[in-house]
Design a protein around this ligand. Structure first.
Ligand code: FES
Length: 79
């Protein structure tokens, strides 16, 4: 599975001690792109658990749709 996400930030975010989870003592970085607290994981990745391995998804709030596969330059090089 793949996901198309929109990101508006144009630079890095520096972590500070307040970013550490008080209970777990760690920092969880979002890798699914769905977190409302991006770049931190907020558990939204649970929405991806039933995704089809071959599909590409677009999430819009609580709505999810499947789109045609996006071909990247790297994909074309493999063909
Ligand atoms: S990995 Fe994205 S919300 Fe958890």
């Amino acid at each position: 599975m793949t996901r198309l996400v929109e990101l508006e930030e144009t630079g890095p975010r520096k972590l500070d001690p307040s970013d550490i989870d008080g209970e777990k003592g760690d920092v969880a970085i979002c890798q699914c792109g769905l977190s409302d607290s991006f770049p931190f994981c907020d558990g939204s990745h649970r929405e991806t658990l039933d995704e089809d391995e071959e599909a590409t998804y677009v999430y819009d709030g609580s709505d999810r749709s499947i789109v045609e596969r996006v071909v990247t330059r790297d994909d074309r090089d493999d063909e």
